[in-house]
Design a protein around this ligand. Structure first.
Ligand SMILES: *Cc1c(COP(=O)(O)O)cnc(C)c1O
Length: 379
């Protein structure tokens, strides 16, 4: 099955009791057993729920993987992966990460004896220098948030395989429509489902997709034991959102390209970060591993201090100033004061997350209205 068909149908059969086309919202915490252990595969909704199960099958299909696990947030999914590790283990990860990922690594798991190396991953050979006998996990984000660096997933996967290290990829920015890390050799794909997969800014959810059955069993154990699993209503909303993922992503990419081209030559724009430009440092890798370049764009404002950046960020009419991304509506974000506030200034400045940086999540509105809004806000 092709992508759009999977987005609409995978994991979903007409309901066996009524024939309902849409997967029902099985709003139940527990399930009847005829005699102890004699049940239909569902015992308690922390571990299993039919609405969530349909969603997990659909999510797995979209990443070309065997197994999917839905969590109550992206951070819940990341937390579960980290709980595969034990004290003394080491993780290699990027130096431009989603702020919440950096926070859980440095403020939670560092306290449990796990060591993190935050490195520039734009050259995969650099990763090799940090591999030792304690390295158990490589965690990639690509494109990175917010500077849109591109990491060569296949090249890092080869290093991971050769050294028996798990490779997890945060695929939130690309979505499975644009990039499938498992096909490129990753062991685990993580998503903040809150973003493109849900797509309507009405649900917080996370997911893991993977192929290896033993690893799935270990992660399912953590999922059920720790309990960060989503309820049936949220699972239904995401199943509904997924049905238009391919249509939305196509529109995000088209609008993203036009916004990026408009901003590239704008006199108020100092730097622009978008992997679709041929002068992006890893454009060739982006072209190789992604099907298109998406609707996430960051810019720095020429000569703008923090006050001027705040003024511009607050002067949009169609774009909304808000955290998050990937919904149908266009959003503008100021990473330093919003999504990346938990990263120390010195670390932020090193990778270009400066006070005058704005991140755009280009939505699927009419492009003329988006361009007009950018023109007036930057005038
Ligand atoms: C939002 C986000 C997360 C965290 O997901 P939540 O659903 O907010 O918990 C992780 N990684 C990236 C790249 C994100 O954008």
């Amino acid at each position: 099955m092709k992508f759009g068909t999977k987005a609409i149908h995978a994991g979903q059969e007409p309901d066996p009791t009524t024939g309902a086309i849409m997967t029902p919202i099985y709003q139940t915490s527990t399930y009847w057993q005829k005699s102890p252990g004699d049940h239909k595969g569902f015992e308690y909704s922390r571990g299993t729920n039919p609405t969530r199960k349909a969603l997990e099958s659909c999510l797995a299909a979209l990443e070309n993987s065997k197994f999917g696990l839905a969590f109550s947030s992206g951070m819940g999914a990341t937390d579960a992966v980290m709980k595969l590790l034990v004290p003394g283990d080491e993780v290699i990860t990027g130096n431009d990460l989603y702020g919440g990922s950096y926070r859980i690594f440095t403020k939670i798991f560092s306290n449990y004896g796990i060591k993190f190396h935050f490195i520039d991953m734009s050259d995969p050979n650099h990763v090799k220098n940090y591999v030792n006998d304690h390295t158990k996990l490589i965690w990639i984000e690509t494109p990175t948030n917010p500077t849109m660096q591109i990491v060569d997933i296949a090249a890092v996967a080869a290093i991971a395989k050769a050294n028996n290290i798990l490779l997890a990829v945060d695929n939130t920015f690309a979505s499975p429509y644009l990039q499938n890390p498992i096909d490129l050799g990753a062991d685990i794909v993580m998503h903040s489902v809150t973003k493109y997969l849900g797509g309507h800014s009405d649900v917080v959810m996370g997911a893991l997709m993977l192929n290896d059955e033993d690893l799935y069993k270990r992660l399912w154990f953590i999922y059920n034991a720790c309990g960060a699993t989503p309820g049936p209503m949220d699972s239904f909303l995401v199943l509904r959102g997924l049905k238009t993922l391919h249509l939305r992503m196509k529109a995000h990419c088209e609008n993203g390209r036009q916004v990026a081209e408009f901003l590239k030559t704008h006199p108020k724009v100092e730097k622009i970060y978008w992997p679709g430009f041929t002068d992006h440092p890893n454009h060739d890798i982006a072209k190789k591993q992604m099907r298109d370049f998406g609707g996430m764009i960051s810019i720095t404002l020429k000569g703008a201090d923090l006050q001027e950046t705040y003024r511009i960020a607050s002067s949009f009419n169609v774009f909304s100033l808000a955290e998050s991304l990937g919904g149908v509506e266009s959003l503008i974000n100021h990473p330093v004061s919003m999504t990346h506030g938990s990263i120390p200034k010195a670390e932020r400045d090193k990778v270009g997350v400066t006070d005058n940086l704005l991140r755009l999540s280009v939505g699927v509105e009419d492009i003329d209205d988006l361009l007009d809004d950018l023109k007036q806000a930057l005038s």
